[in-house]
Design a protein around this ligand. Structure first.
Ligand SMILES: *[C@@H]1O[C@H](CO)[C@@H](O)[C@H](O)[C@H]1NC(C)=O
Length: 357
C-alpha cells in the first residue's frame, strides 16, 4: 500500500473530548431520536447528529435546525447521499414533508416552499434553515440521511417563545366552540395553545378558574392556588382536564398562545380619552394599528411593557399591562389587567397601538 493511500484511509480529523456544534452539545444518544443515530455501512457506520436541546426562537426570525452526519471510521472519498427533512405529526396536524435534497438539487414542499434551504457550510452538514418563522412551524423535525441502503435520522425540536393567555369573547363566559375558539385566538394575533404551552404557563404561575380549549380539542384549566369555587380545596394544584370535548357542540373559553413580536406595542400619548372608534382612528393617524390582545400580552411578557393607564384594544376590550407591580396600579402581581368590554362609546380609556417595524 502506498504511503499516500494509507494517509487517505486515516481519519481526516481527530476530535478530542466532546463534540460541540453551534453551541449545542451532543452526547451519545441517551434519548431515542436525539443525539446520535448510527447505521452500519460496508464496515463503516453512518452517524447522524442533531441537538438534544429544544431550540427556542421567535416568530419572524430565521432558524437553523442543526444536523450533521459522518462515517465511523471516516471515509476517504465523499459519498453521494440524499437528505430528507420532515415535520412529525402532532396535535392533530399530519406529518409534513419539508425538503428533500440530492447533491445540489433541492425541493421544498407546501408552506415551506421558498422559505427553507439546506445549509451545507461544512462537509457532511445537512442543517435546515427556515426563514420568517410562523406560529405553526413549532414542533419536531426529522433530519434523515440516506446513503444507498443505509438510512439514519435525528430529531430537532423547535419552539417559539410565547405567552399563554385565557380569552373570553365580548359575549361572555363559555361561548366558544372549538372552531370559534381557533378564530378568536387568530383574531388576537395568536393561536390556540397546546397542552405543553399551558403546562409551562401553569409552572410559571398561571391560575385561571375558567376552562378553555386547547389545540388537541381538550378542555382544561390551570390552578396554582386551590380554592373553593375552582374545583375545591381538596384537589392538588395542577392543570385540570375535562378531557376531549365535542368540537362543535360544546362551548368554553380558550387558551391562546402569542409569540414574541418584531413590532412594538405602545400607549398612545393623546390629550383626551377616546371612544373605541376614535381610538382606532388615533392609532391609524399615528401610522399604526390598534393593538390586539395577543400583541399586548407579548409586549408585556417579552418587552416588559408597563403602564398604569387602561387602553382600548382591537377586540373592544380595555386593558393595561403591569410588569412591575405596585400598590397604586391595580393588584400586587405582574399581569395584564382587564376591564372587560366597556361601552364602545364611553370616553374613559386611552389606546394601545401596534406598529410593525
Ligand atoms: C432572514 O434571512 C433573509 C435572507 O437571508 C434575510 O433577508 C432576512 O433579513 C433574515 N431575517 C431576519 C429576521 O434575520
Amino acid at each position: 500500500m502506498s504511503p499516500l493511500l494509507l494517509f487517505l484511509l486515516l481519519p481526516l480529523r481527530c476530535v478530542s473530548g466532546l463534540p460541540f456544534y453551534n453551541s449545542f452539545y451532543y452526547s451519545n444518544g441517551r434519548h431515542p431520536g436525539h443525539g446520535r443515530a448510527e447505521g452500519l455501512f460496508n464496515g463503516a457506520k453512518l452517524v447522524v447528529q442533531t441537538p438534544e436541546e429544544t431550540l427556542f426562537t421567535h416568530r419572524g426570525a430565521n432558524a437553523t435546525l442543526p444536523c450533521r452526519y459522518h462515517y465511523e471510521p471516516a471515509l476517504a472519498a465523499p459519498r453521494p447521499v440524499r437528505i430528507k427533512w420532515w415535520k412529525l405529526a402532532e396535535n392533530g396536524a399530519p406529518e409534513q414533508d419539508v425538503l428533500v435534497a440530492i447533491g445540489l438539487r433541492h425541493r421544498s414542499f407546501g408552506d415551506y416552499r421558498g422559505r427553507v434551504h439546506l445549509r451545507q457550510d461544512e462537509a457532511r452538514e445537512a442543517s435546515l434553515e427556515i426563514r420568517d418563522l410562523r406560529l405553526e412551524d413549532s414542533g419536531r423535525y426529522r433530519c434523515e440521511v440516506i446513503d444507498g441502503l443505509e438510512d439514519e435520522s435525528g430529531l430537532v425540536e423547535l419552539e417559539l417563545r410565547g405567552v399563554v393567555f385565557p380569552y373570553q369573547p365580548p359575549q361572555g363566559r363559555y361561548r366558544l366552540n372549538f372552531l370559534e375558539a381557533q378564530r378568536a385566538c387568530e383574531e388576537q394575533d395568536a393561536a390556540v395553545a397546546s397542552f405543553e404551552q399551558l403546562f409551562r404557563a401553569w409552572e410559571e404561575g398561571l391560575d385561571w378558574c375558567n376552562a378553555g380549549w386547547l389545540q388537541d380539542a381538550s378542555v382544561q384549566y390551570p390552578i396554582t392556588r386551590p380554592r373553593q369555587p375552582c374545583g375545591g380545596l381538596g384537589l392538588a394544584p395542577g392543570v385540570r382536564s375535562y378531557g376531549p370535548r365535542h368540537r362543535r357542540l360544546h362551548r368554553y373559553d380558550v387558551f391562546c398562545f402569542a409569540t414574541a413580536l418584531r413590532g412594538r406595542v405602545y400607549y398612545l400619548e393623546h390629550p383626551e380619552k377616546l371612544t373605541l372608534s376614535e381610538a382606532k382612528q388615533a392609532c391609524e393617524e399615528d401610522g399604526a394599528q390598534v393593538a390586539k390582545v395577543g400583541q399586548l400580552f407579548a409586549a408585556w411578557k417579552f418587552r416588559g411593557l408597563d403602564r398604569c393607564d387602561a387602553g382600548w384594544l382591537a377586540d373592544g376590550s380595555a386593558r393595561y399591562p403591569v410588569a412591575q407591580p405596585r400598590p397604586n396600579c391595580g393588584a400586587l402581581e405582574a399581569g395584564v389587567r382587564s376591564f372587560g368590554f366597556p361601552d364602545p362609546h364611553s370616553r374613559r380609556y386611552g389606546v394601545y397601538c401596534y406598529r410593525q417595524r
